[in-house]
Every structure is written in C-alpha cells, then in structure tokens.
Ligand binder design. Structure first.
Ligand SMILES: [Zn+2]
Length: 59
C-alpha cells in the first residue's frame, strides 16, 4: 500500500536585496515550490490544505 504524504505550502517572506519577496515551501520537506501545485515536486506530498499564508498579503 502506497503511503501518501500530506502536506501544504507555507508562504514565507524572504528578503531579496532591498525588496520583499514571497516564496513558499513544502511543510513536509521544506523544498520551495509553486503555490497551487497539488503535489510537492520534491517529496511528492499531497497538498491537501490551502496554502498557508504567514503574511497578511492576499494572493
Ligand atoms: Zn515536499
């Protein structure tokens, strides 16, 4: 039986130079990814929760 990893994207704010960038990471393996992707490209976790936004910025 195949084990399904459940995770979600976490949006993190990163400072790139003097501008504030927003990136997201897998909650399971911390690999960076694209918000909205259904599976993590790194650990194949199923993103079964909406993207968690740690900021107040709405997408
Ligand atoms: Zn992952």
């Amino acid at each position: 039986m195949k084990k399904i990893i459940h995770a979600h994207w976490e949006i993190i704010a990163t400072h790139n130079g003097c501008t504030l960038d927003y990136d997201c990471i897998c909650s399971n393996c911390q690999a960076s990814g694209t918000p909205g992707d259904e599976f993590c490209p790194s650990c194949k976790a199923k993103m079964d929760r909406p993207t968690v936004n740690h900021t107040t910025l709405a997408y």
